[in-house]
Design a protein around this ligand. Structure first.
Ligand SMILES: Cc1cc2nc3c(=O)[nH]c(=O)nc-3n(C[C@H](O)[C@H](O)[C@H](O)COP(=O)(O)OP(=O)(O)OC[C@H]3O[C@@H](n4cnc5c(N)ncnc54)[C@H](O)[C@@H]3O)c2cc1C
Length: 541
């Protein structure tokens, strides 16, 4: 029997793709070459948009339970060493404070969810438990995807079982390569990467230490940064990750303890958990799809971690590809959705690649401000530290403040979004500008009854109706019924929200993005044309 969707790679993106397919009623299989989830901490921030997407999967409470406590801040602190001085601190709200801000500013400017501090070591087991519990997901760890051959009807995939080297072939209707930076799926498709490879040589030291009196000398912070690297507080208790340059003097493998000593400036008791060299890239795949095979996550783009866009962009890919495949497999979506996946997500991939490179340059710029005066005693040192601290403040910390990148990505040129003549499309990367322009993520608000608007959306298409004098809802309902498209009308009797939403009728897609908006819909045929376009059928509106 054919597997509707086979997912190669059980990292965060592969597991999220599976969860999103399953909640849309699609059976899938995840093959992961490793026997267990990762031991490498890698990502340490799940941004607010990813949390909104995880909320729909119903796993936010489980994720929060694995994350840093909700009353701990996301501060970023520039220091000399822990034996020396704190030069500047960028203060960021705790999860509790972020939720309070969301409630206090119900104007569409806020995400529905607060971000989350958590490492990949912690997040992957939560996702793994969720896929293990989902009846529609067949989870196979210890199984590697080695080859694929596709034809117009499906894909034949060769798998190798790591335990006994057994080789098996399986047939699926679609294959999604979520198999990371070295993606075998991408290689099989001979898809190239464009951008800058091997941007720098880094060394990671992941360690345990109870030396909180040193490492929290100035209170809790999420990132401590200096000219020597970045120390990530993974749980504000005893687990830390240090990223440094690969020391030029090191022959073979550097001494992780010496790197910890150089960053902290003092000897601290510690136990190294994992230490290895790694190389960041700034690359995006030239294509995201060939025929029935698609790629997502690090298989499609790899960034320097500044900004935390790697996994977060991948979660966006996962939710995008999953609803599109599900719509095709349910029969109401057409192949145009596959083209749209690349058009929508590759544009975001390129934008985030550029953002991550830009943020990295800021760290380089700040590193150049460091000199020996910062450790000088007396007035000379004090003045130098005050001066550099102020320069750091002025340079800022856009990598943790680019809400335009996180929330404001707009599929304005997507072939499945109904374009609007004269629409103003915000392109800000720093500030998030709430807008319902076609292609935008729908601004999030709480309704007068206390419910979050997002929680009231259907899993598929929803027509928001603020004002419908001409019976548009019935036309859309009729068109959806005859096409077999799951559809809901959400009437909102709050005229004040029109200031935020700008249009009395908004058709929202399964991924919370706007497919179409307007004042009315001419007739049933026009409603059909909107659905046809939004679902990738060859009809032009
Ligand atoms: C130091 C560092 C810090 C980072 N910080 C952040 C951050 O704060 N926020 C953020 O969003 N991102 C961050 N990232 C990036 C993030 O870790 C990646 O973007 C993320 O892991 C991508 O997820 P993925 O599922 O696409 O790929 P991966 O996590 O690489 O998962 C791919 C999976 O596929 C499996 N696999 C590979 N080949 C095969 C095969 N042939 N068959 C079967 N399985 C296969 C692998 O074993 C792996 O489990 C960071 C990365 C690093 C290195």
């Amino acid at each position: 029997m054919n597997i509707p969707v086979l997912i190669a790679g059980g990292g965060p993106v592969g597991m999220s793709t599976a969860l999103e397919l399953a909640r849309r009623g699609i059976r899938c299989m995840v093959v992961e070459r490793n026997e267990t989830t990762t031991r490498h901490p890698k990502m340490d921030i799940t941004n607010a948009r990813s949390m909104e997407l995880f909320r729909r999967m119903g796993i936010v409470p489980q994720l929060r339970a694995a994350a840093v406590a909700p009353d701990h801040p996301f501060d970023v602190s520039w220091i000399t060493t822990f034996a020396g001085h704190e030069l500047q601190r960028f203060r960021y709200a705790t999860v509790d404070q972020a939720y309070a801000r969301i409630q206090a500013h119900n104007d569409g400017s806020q995400p529905l969810e607060a971000p989350m501090r958590v490492s990949q070591v912690e997040i992957e087991p939560v996702l793994k438990r969720a896929i293990d519990e989902a009846p529609l997901i067949d989870v196979r760890f210890g199984v590697q995807m080695v080859d694929l051959v596709q034809d117009p009807q499906g894909v034949t995939v060769t798998l190798r079982h790591r335990a006994d080297d057994r080789v098996e072939t399986l047939r699926c209707e679609f294959l999604v390569g979520c198999d990371g930076g070295g993606s075998q799926v991408r290689r099989c498709l001979e898809i190239g990467l464009s951008g800058q490879e091997n941007v720098m040589q880094r060394f990671m030291t992941h360690f345990k230490s109870d030396a909180r009196e040193v490492l929290q000398r100035w209170g809790f912070a999420w990132h401590y940064q200096s000219v020597h690297g970045t120390l990530i507080a993974q749980n504000d208790k005893d687990t830390w990750t240090l990223h440094t340059r690969f020391p030029e003097s090191a022959h073979g493998s550097p001494d992780p303890s010496a790197l910890i000593r150089r960053f902290t400036g003092v000897d601290i008791p510690h136990q190294v958990l994992v230490a290895n060299a790694w190389v960041p890239h700034l690359v995006v795949a030239d294509r995201y799809r060939q025929g029935r095979v698609l790629i997502a996550g690090d298989a499609a783009h790899q960034y320097i971690p500044t900004g935390g866009y790697g996994m977060n962009t991948g979660i966006g890919d996962a939710c995008d590809v999953a609803w599109k495949l599900a719509a095709i497999l349910h029969g109401f979506g057409a192949e145009g959705l596959l083209q749209a996946y690349e058009a929508e997500r590759r544009t975001v991939g390129l934008r985030n690649c550029e953002g991550s490179g830009r943020h990295n340059q800021v760290r380089v710029q700040i590193g150049k401000l460091y000199d020996e005066r910062l450790e000088a005693p007396g007035a000379e040192g004090e003045n130098a530290r005050a001066e550099v601290g102020e320069q750091i403040r002025q340079i800022g910390n856009a990598e943790n403040e680019s809400f335009g990148i996180e929330l404001g990505y707009i599929y304005a040129d997507s072939p499945i979004v109904v374009p609007e003549a004269g629409a103003v499309v915000p392109t800000e990367t720093l500030a998030y500008v709430p807008t319902s322009v076609p292609g935008a993520r729908l601004p999030s608000v709480y309704l007068a009854n206390g419910a979050a608007l997002y929680d009231c959306l259907s899993d598929w298409f929803t027509l928001l109706v603020f004002n419908d004098a001409e019976g548009a809802a019935e036309r859309f309902e009729e068109a959806a019924r005859s096409r077999g498209v799951p559809f809901k009308v959400l009437r909102i009797d709050q005229p004040e929200l029109l200031k935020i939403y700008d249009a009395p009728l908004i058709l929202v897609r399964p991924d919370q993005h706007v497919a179409w908006r307007g004042r009315s819909i001419q007739d049933l045929a026009a409603a059909h044309r909107v659905f046809a376009r939004a679902l990738g059928w060859p009809t032009h509106v």
